[in-house]
Design a protein around this ligand. Structure first.
Ligand SMILES: [Zn+2]
Length: 333
């Protein structure tokens, strides 16, 4: 089952979060793979989207924020968009739009650049969309390119996001991410803005904080330990074993893990009823034309890929007994 663990390094300005998405991640893959129009993700795309899903979950769990955190990559290669949305309660969904590209067989293996940064025009956006907004309030969005300060393409998603955290939050962050067809997992280690000075006002604190970037010895030591975590270990070992192996010389306080109903979990608000209403909205003439052409009506959810199929009898039923419109007022989106 999926789980998320938070911990602090005792007496040090360093905290950590570890996430393992299992059922949550395989449900995302299952829905996509069941879609006959798109089919499942090629292995490199799956790995990238899994790492994004783990990373977005870590970032949402690491902030106090009531709303959606949306991590997006806008690619200039065969992957046009990859998006993960994580709510404050850690319900999440993820999807990617892939257009095959002549001469590039994704299934045979592809780098991050080949997928989303073929001409160095790809970018990564992190959006914080508050649940309740003031009138006219825009969501906060930060965007970083997929290349380093010298313009060299970055081949690891974790480095792109570390770069973002340093630029936008002025926080040293170490991320280790991994995903396959069973597990999407990640470890985040972050330097806290200054231990115990949260109630001191103003510029002194932020100045001291900025001065500490890259220089805090405790953080640097723990970051090196965290970076030694290998992909295979992150994917296969249980959380206790990972933390013991990496940080056996450190003193750690662990918080109550988020498991079961509190764990990160897949949620998409699509439903057969909702798709039925959409078909009714097309009108009987257009619905009949689609059935005449294709034999049935198939609609894939754009957020999770799940496909809803209405055969001629199902479709006719929609128009004979229209879906109760009275219930639509109760839906949030
Ligand atoms: Zn859906």
């Amino acid at each position: 089952m999926s789980e998320l663990h938070k911990f602090l390094f005792d007496g040090l300005p360093v905290r950590g979060v570890l996430v393992r998405l299992t059922d949550t991640w395989t449900e995302i893959l299952r829905r996509r793979a069941s879609n006959s129009d798109t089919a499942g993700y090629a292995a490199p795309v799956r790995e990238m989207l899994g790492e994004m899903t783990a990373a977005a979950t870590l970032m949402q769990a690491n902030i106090k924020f009531d709303g959606a955190l949306v991590l997006q990559i806008f690619g200039d290669g065969p992957v046009k968009v990859a998006v993960v949305e994580v709510q404050s309660d850690l319900s999440l969904r993820a999807t990617a739009t892939v257009q095959p590209q002549p001469g590039l067989d994704l299934e045979a293996g592809a780098t991050l650049s080949q997928m989303v940064n073929a001409r160095n025009l790809g970018r990564c956006a992190i959006t914080l969309d508050p649940k309740t907004k003031f009138p006219g309030q825009q969501p906060y969005q930060g965007v970083v390119p997929l290349f380093d300060d010298q313009g060299v393409p970055i081949e690891k998603l974790s480095e792109v996001l570390e770069h973002y955290m340093l630029q936008s939050e002025q926080l040293d962050t170490t991320l280790v991410l991994a995903a396959d067809d069973k597990v999407a997992a990640g470890l985040l280690i972050q330097r806290l803005p200054m231990a115990g000075v949260g109630n001191l006002a103003g510029s002194m604190v932020s100045r001291e904080n900025e001065d500490q970037i890259g220089l805090n010895e405790s953080y640097n030591r723990i970051a090196v330990l965290a970076s030694s975590l290998k992909r295979e270990e992150l994917l296969t070992l249980d959380v206790d074993t990972i933390l013991r192996r990496l940080f056996w010389e450190e003193s750690i306080t662990r918080f109550e893990p988020l498991v079961g109903e509190q764990a990160p979990r897949f949620v998409c608000n699509c439903s057969r009823e909702r798709v039925g209403k959409m078909i009714v909205g097309l009108g009987p003439k257009e619905a009949e034309e689609i059935i005449a052409e294709r034999g049935d009506i198939e609609v894939g959810c754009e957020f999770c890929g799940l496909q809803y199929r209405f055969d001629p009898v199902d479709a006719a039923q929609l128009f004979v007994a229209p879906v109760q419109m009275a219930s639509s007022g109760a839906e949030s989106h």
